[in-house]
Write a new protein. Structure first.
Length: 93
C-alpha cells in the first residue's frame, strides 16, 4: 500500500524549497541547543511545518486528506477512507 503521508510530505518539501533551505541552514545551531542530531532536527522541523500547513487548510482528518490528494483511483480512495472511518468509529450494534 502507498504511504500517502510520505507522498504528501515529499510534495510539501518540493513546493516549499525556500522553507526547507531555511530549516537546513538553521539546523546546526538549533539542533545543538536542543541536544539533537542535525538530521533529527531537520526532520522534526519539516514534519512540524507540514503539519502546520495541513492544519492551516482546515483539514479535520489528515489521513483522509492525504488519500484524497494522492490516490488517483477514486474507488480505492473511497474504500480506504471508508475503512479508516470504520476503524475510528466502529459500529456498536
Amino acid at each position: 500500500m502507498k504511504d500517502y503521508y510520505k507522498i504528501d510530505l515529499e510534495a510539501f518539501m518540493q513546493n516549499n524549497a525556500d522553507l526547507i533551505h531555511t530549516i537546513k541552514s538553521k539546523a546546526p545551531v538549533y539542533a545543538d541547543e536542543l541536544g539533537l542530531e542535525v538530521v533529527q532536527y531537520i526532520n522534526r522541523e519539516i514534519k512540524q511545518a507540514h503539519l502546520d500547513y495541513i492544519e492551516s487548510l482546515g483539514v479535520k482528518d489528515p489521513y483522509e486528506y492525504y488519500i484524497s490528494q494522492h490516490e488517483s483511483d477514486r474507488y480505492l480512495a473511497d474504500q480506504l477512507i471508508a475503512q479508516h472511518r470504520a476503524t475510528l468509529h466502529p459500529s456498536t450494534s
